[in-house]
Design a protein around this ligand. Structure first.
Ligand SMILES: Nc1ncnc2c1ncn2[C@@H]1O[C@H](COP(=O)(O)OP(=O)(O)OP(=O)(O)O)[C@@H](O)[C@H]1O
Ligand SMILES: [Mg+2]
Length: 473
């Protein structure tokens, strides 16, 4: 008996439908309006761990109870009467994104629900991997940042230059032992900063850090300030006596700043404390024991003071156990930019302002020789933050001395230290000026005109500084 055309068409549609269902990578489940499974694609075994023949005819409510669909997306569609999407965790350990659609008949009644379940296990594990990697990268980034920070800023001390790196290496090493440290360097280079850093890194970090500026206390008071006094030991003294700074530094660090200002009369007593870790308060008869680590600092040339008889040689040797020379800022250009950044941040926060320093100004700041060292830089940045209009600091807002600064014309970086007298410094400057003019001129007369001096005087100076003059008159 031959098939009718209609039957043949139906067969073809069935064939196509089966092909669509079974070739889909997603698992397809078709139920009726009551949730009874009518059709299911063969890959349900792989995803839900149950063969198609066991699913067909079962009800989704029942399958949900058996935790095969957990939860059932079809059930949700039947309840909400619209498209639903959920993530299921199946018995086979897979993550599945299930999307289901209702199919209505002419009267608006749900007659079928069709669901597609997409295996997300791989994507989920990729996502997890991705998140883990992102987290790892974030951690490495912070670590790297911290390391970089450590490189240029140890405990808030900027040390990007080779000179400061050497200082910080020494600080690191010396802080682990109790040796006396003598901090040397021009005013404003950071001697106090380094003294603090040594204390913070040392075993004594939980003990006191006691700082005395030997230059700031009147000579007559320094002894009782340092060593303390017994009750009633002198007129005007506190009746009950007073412990001195040295006693207060017990178990901690004693920082004697401006040690060069220590009067000769007290130097012997100080030497004794350092040597014997014992001292006698003013007016007392009994010795007191004390245990401190000594750091001293000065911008004076102590050796020279010893030669001049202003500083005891034995005390100098006692202090000079580990000398640390902090170079002037002009010899550590690499520190200037990080210092600018630190101070800019400090003062914009302090004054609650938004400011940045533009490139032209930064260049001038980098070129300047900073005779007042870090303190001068810090003060200037504070002044700029407070006194400039607008949010950008430009070259034109810098003080004249920085604006006029042009490396070529003022390359007269002279060092000032106690052994060099003004006469020597002026001679050095004069030599540089003469030699520079010599490079620019063809005749000695031209030089004389340029410098505003007589031609014989040019010749004389050339002979002095160059040994001859190979220029025409
Ligand atoms: N390496 C640094 N990193 C950050 N700030 C610094 C650094 N060096 C110095 N400073 C800052 O510069 C200023 C001057 O430093 P400090 O008082 O330590 O200098 P000093 O050598 O003791 O000067 P003086 O000889 O005049 O006593 C301080 O405000 C300090 O915080
Ligand atoms: Mg100081």
């Amino acid at each position: 008996m031959g098939k009718t055309d209609e039957q043949k068409q139906l067969d073809e549609v069935m064939m196509e439908l089966n092909a669509i269902i079974h070739t889909s990578k997603d698992n397809i489940v078709v139920t009726d309006g009551e949730g009874k499974v009518l059709r299911v694609s063969a890959n349900c075994h792989e995803i839900y761990g149950i063969p198609p023949e066991d699913l067909i005819g079962s009800n989704v409510f029942d399958l949900e109870k058996r935790a095969i669909f957990s939860p059932s997306v079809t059930k949700k569609v039947l309840k909400e009467k619209k498209k639903q999407q959920i993530i299921q965790h199946t018995k086979t350990g897979k993550f599945v994104m299930a999307t289901a659609y209702p199919v209505y008949d002419g009267s608006g009644k749900i007659v079928r629900v069709i669901s597609y379940s997409h295996d997300m296990t791989e994507i989920m594990s990729l996502k997890e991997n991705y998140e883990r990697l992102t987290e790892q990268i974030r951690r490495y980034e912070t670590e790297l940042e911290e390391l970089r920070d450590k490189e240029t800023r140890i405990d808030g001390v900027i040390s990007a230059s080779p000179g400061m790196k050497r200082v910080m290496e020494l600080v690191q090493r010396v802080s682990k032992v109790d040796a006396t440290v003598l901090l040397l360097g021009e005013s404003g280079v950071g001697k106090n900063v380094i003294a603090h850093a040594i204390h913070r890194k040392s075993e004594r970090k939980n003990g006191p850090f006691i700082e005395v500026n030997c230059g700031a206390i009147p000579e007559g008071l320094l002894e009782s300030e340092l060593f303390g006094y017994e009750a009633g030991s002198f007129t005007g003294a506190n009746k009950s006596g007073k412990p001195g700074i040295i006693e207060l530094s017990d178990e901690g660090t004693l920082f004697l700043d401006e040690i060069g200002e220590m009067p000769l009369s007290l130097q012997a007593k100080l030497l004794k404390v350092i040597q014997e870790k014992e001292f006698t308060p003013v007016g007392a008869t009994k010795m007191k024991k004390v245990n401190f680590r000594l750091i001293a600092a000065t911008n004076k040339n102590l050796e020279e003071m010893v030669r001049q008889g202003k500083f005891r040689e034995d005390l100098y040797f006692r202090l000079n156990v580990v000398p640390i020379l902090i170079p002037p800022l002009r010899q550590r250009k690499e520190d200037v930019l990080p210092l600018i950044q630190v101070f800019l941040q400090k003062f914009t926060e302090k004054y609650d302002m938004e400011k940045r320093i533009d490139e032209s100004a930064t260049r001038s700041l980098l070129e300047y020789s900073w005779p007042g060292n870090v303190r001068e830089l810090e003060n200037l940045i504070e002044r700029l933050v407070v006194t400039t209009d607008g949010s950008v600091i430009t070259k034109f807002q810098l003080p004249d001395i920085l604006q006029l600064h042009d490396r070529d014309e003022t390359d007269l970086d002279v060092e000032i230290h106690p052994q060099r007298k003004l006469k020597d410094i002026l001679e050095e400057v004069e030599a540089k000026v003469i030699l520079k003019a010599y490079e620019q001129c063809r005749t000695t007369q031209q030089m004389a005109d340029l410098l505003g001096i007589s031609q014989p005087s040019v010749v004389r100076r050339l002979q002095k500084y160059k040994g001859n003059s190979s220029l025409n008159e």
